[in-house]
Write a protein that binds this ligand. Structure first.
Ligand code: 13P
Ligand code: SF4
Length: 326
């Protein structure tokens, strides 16, 4: 290996050095990382990575990292002609809605989401018929066909501000029942909900959080609002994955329990070496479909390119754009 290549590899490895051995990183990831960095230039591509991506993706090849809101915002401002979404399918769809002229690649089309799969456009039409005149606020964790039936989208990062801004006393908030109930508790606005849940966050229990508090005295508990309300009630703070990061940056707690997907603690531990992370681990099987090898293959073959049926595009885009403008 040439000296420059070795130096370059050392720099690429540095952010994840406390998470994995150098030999393993070299054996498992280094070739794919170098190939991806080269392919990004050749293809004029940018990689967007959600906070739940594994550290070798998140810290070694991603250009833009963040929560669903940050990735949607970033997707509005990109110069590159190709976007690779290291995240799940609805995130790639959102990026495509905002960039109809660009190629948006999802490295594994099986990277779904239990929330997005938990409701159909027909379900939304039935809800609207049963509750005429009530605005429909739809979590971005939804398909383009469901977004197309909605007045406005939201993420966990802007849901409270956004529903309060509507100035109404009742809202149809779909598809995440727990997010809707958590926002209802915070705002007092009555929510008509839908019984879909995040398969990762629904598994946490209040008993488990209390048990962690007994074992780890003084731990700061931060729960994602996709958790059941009785779990959020046990937390010191609840917010989107980016808001979790901001909270730690501001409060600098010594020990933190992130009640969310496994990779979140790994990724934030790189930014906050002085904070120790208790690691409850509920893995998102959909996020984990995305691998370095898959990203490399996607850039080599330019597959799979996301497309959205023409009749849905304008209405779905409007719901996302209203959210970003609000
Ligand atoms: P945020 O990163 O927007 O908090 O969302 C979490 C999530 O589950 C995305 O699928
Ligand atoms: Fe969907 Fe939950 Fe996975 Fe996020 S963590 S992609 S909400 S299943």
């Amino acid at each position: 290996m040439s000296e420059t290549l070795t130096d370059n590899r050392a720099a690429l490895y540095a952010p994840v050095s406390h998470l994995m051995h150098r030999d393993d990183w070299e054996r498992l990831y280094a070739d794919d990382i170098e190939a991806i960095l080269r392919l990004k230039k050749e293809r004029d591509a940018v990689i967007l990575a959600h906070n739940y991506q594994t550290p070798e993706i998140f810290h070694c090849v991603a250009d833009i990292r963040g929560d669903s809101l940050a990735l949607a915002r970033a997707a509005q401002t990109l110069d590159q002609s190709v976007i690779v979404m290291a995240g799940v399918h609805f995130m790639a769809e959102t990026a495509k809605l905002l960039n109809p002229e660009k190629t948006v690649l999802i490295p594994d089309t099986r990277a779904g989401c239990s929330l997005a799969e938990g409701i159909t456009a027909e379900n939304v039409r039935a809800l609207k018929a049963a509750h005429p005149g009530i605005p429909v606020v739809t979590y971005v964790n939804s398909t383009a066909s469901v977004k197309a039936e909605s007045d406005i989208c939201c993420t966990s990062g802007n849901a409270k501000r956004l529903v309060e801004g509507l100035g109404v006393s009742k809202i149809i908030m779909i598809p995440d029942e727990f997010l809707a109930r958590n926002i209802e508790a915070e705002t007092g606005i009555e929510m008509i909900t839908w019984p879909a849940h995040c398969e990762v966050h629904e598994r946490f229990t209040p008993q488990e959080i209390r048990q962690y508090r007994r074992i780890h005295k003084g731990v700061t508990v931060i729960a994602h609002p996709e958790c059941p309300p009785d779990v959020v009630a046990e937390a010191d703070f609840s917010g989107s994955t980016a808001q979790m990061q901001d909270y730690i940056a501001e409060k600098q707690p010594g020990k933190v329990l992130l009640v969310t997907e496994c990779s979140m603690s790994d990724n934030l531990s790189v930014f906050f070496p002085a904070t120790s992370f208790v690691r409850p681990c509920n893995l998102c099987p959909h996020m984990k479909r995305i691998t370095l090898a898959g990203i490399r293959h996607s850039l080599e073959t330019m597959e799979t390119s996301v497309s959205i049926p023409a009749h849905l595009q304008n209405r779905a885009r409007q719901a996302v754009e209203r959210m970003l403008a609000a």
